[in-house]
Ligand binder design. Structure first.
Ligand code: T4K
Length: 396
């Protein structure tokens, strides 16, 4: 392989930027006829026919009784929390995208941030049990990078203590646990169908639940809280999914098996090729979980790799490999929460993983040879760590 740019100063290994993800967009030959039908119908949003068809697909794929598409995952989660009318604190994880903890605080609730499992990155159940007291009204688990929380233990705990259990499954559409699809666990779950997700509506999300009353309430809340022509019963927002987004979702749905297969192949390739590199640790997926493989998180363990995560991030960038530090900073480190009591919890695993995590390029249209080249590049950087460090220092 060509010497990495950071050492040679020559042109980057990848001519074009290799991003962490690229949207899986519909083929225009499939899209345009559907858009034409939408235009002819003159019904473009507010619970149209494509919206309802898409809701039905999501409902089936999630194995839930009800599915409500919405404008994005963040607002879907916020309105779900609002709809639950919780009285008390919400246990959740700091190792997530800002949307999770913001949804809790924007709903006027106090989060309790629990630590994560150092290998799978989901809620550390011992910490959850330690921190659980009578002030807790709900647990909001995050099925991060498509891996699932300890769904069995959380279900038992919520039942025993009478606590509402919900999931931020933004990353976990079409993941399964013990054969059952994610989407039917807890009281309700939220999915994100943002363009960066392998299954996309460009912008969009959905909430799934088996609880009809909750579904009906949420359906009003995504439409300003309007019950009918003469009644406004909830304080809601405009969070509906438009017909255009639903059409993209329907087309994504048609490709889901192909997307899952490609991601699974990439995941196998990455695991094999990264396995031999000292200081590269991959996420441990929970036993019983069949993940969607939509993210490729690794930890760079500096003592073994010879470089810090930040140094690897920079060195890869020099070769046009644009990785992301999901999720650093973690929620307890956000400036907007500075001084808030909930940020003072001891979160050793979160801090350690947050300082080591790096998500590698991973998307269905990524060619296996490109993924392999990223792995070889990582291996070369590791082998030449002292020189890479020197070169990075010189460059900065
Ligand atoms: N809960 C969790 C656990 C989440 O991870 C998220 C969102 C949510 C809740 C909220 O769901 P939504 O409300 O978003 O539905 C991206 C996504 O915007 C966000 O949806 C996602 N999680 C998060 C993990 O990733 P950024 O700020 O990192 O995106 P950005 O713009 O830097 O894009 C990442 C890369 O994707 C770019 O470097 C290139 C590529 N890209 C991006 C876009 C938008 C493209 O190639 N084309 C594009 O159009 O948040």
């Amino acid at each position: 392989m060509q010497t990495p740019n950071i050492l040679s100063g020559k042109g980057p290994l990848f001519r074009d930027k290799l991003f962490i993800t690229r949207p899986n967009l519909p083929d225009k030959n499939d899209l345009f006829p559907m858009l034409e039908r939408m235009l002819e119908s003159k019904w473009v949003t507010n619970f149209g026919a494509f919206h309802d068809q898409f809701a039905e697909k999501v409902r089936g794929a999630a194995g839930a009784k009800f599915a409500l598409p919405c404008c994005n995952g963040a607002i879907g989660l916020f309105l779900l929390i609002e709809a639950l009318e919780l009285k008390g604190k919400v246990i959740t994880t700091p190792f997530t995208f800002p949307a999770t903890v913001h949804a809790v605080t924007m709903a006027g609730l106090e989060p309790i941030l629990c630590d994560i499992d150092k290998d799978g990155y989901t809620l550390d159940m011992d910490d959850v049990e330690r921190r659980l007291d009578s002030s807790v009204a709900a647990i909001l688990g995050v099925n991060v990078f498509g891996n699932v929380c300890d769904l069995d233990r959380l279900a038992k705990l919520s039942e025993k203590r009478g606590i509402t259990l919900i999931y931020d499954s933004a990353h976990a559409f079409l993941t399964r646990y013990k054969g059952k699809p994610v989407g039917g666990f807890g009281k309700a779950e939220m999915f994100s169908f943002h363009a960066t997700k392998f299954f996309s509506t460009i912008e969009g999300g959905a909430v799934t639940t088996d609880d009809e009353a909750l579904y009906r309430k949420l359906r009003d809340l995504v439409n300003f809280g309007i019950k009918n022509e003469e009644r406004v019963t909830g304080i809601g927002l405009n969070a509906k999914m438009s017909e255009m987004n639903a059409i993209v979702g329907l087309l994504s749905y048609g490709k889901k098996d192909e997307l899952l297969r490609k991601l699974s192949e990439l995941s196998k390739l990455y695991s094999e090729k990264l396995g031999g590199i000292p200081g590269v640790k991959t996420q441990k997926v929970r036993e019983g979980c069949t993940p969607n493989n939509s993210y490729m998180p690794v930890e760079i363990v500096e003592e073994e790799f010879g470089l810090s995560r930040d140094e690897v991030h920079e060195a890869l960038k020099a070769d046009n490999v644009i990785t992301r530090k999901y999720f650093y900073p973690s929620a307890h480190q956000y400036e907007c929460y500075k001084g808030r009591a909930f940020t003072r919890a001891a979160l050793p695993n979160t801090e350690k993983v947050g300082s080591q995590i790096l998500c590698l390029p991973n998307y269905a249209s990524l060619r296996p040879e490109e993924a392999e080249k990223v792995c070889v590049l990582l291996a070369v950087l590791q082998k030449n760590a002292p020189d890479v460090r020197k070169a990075l220092k010189k460059r900065s």
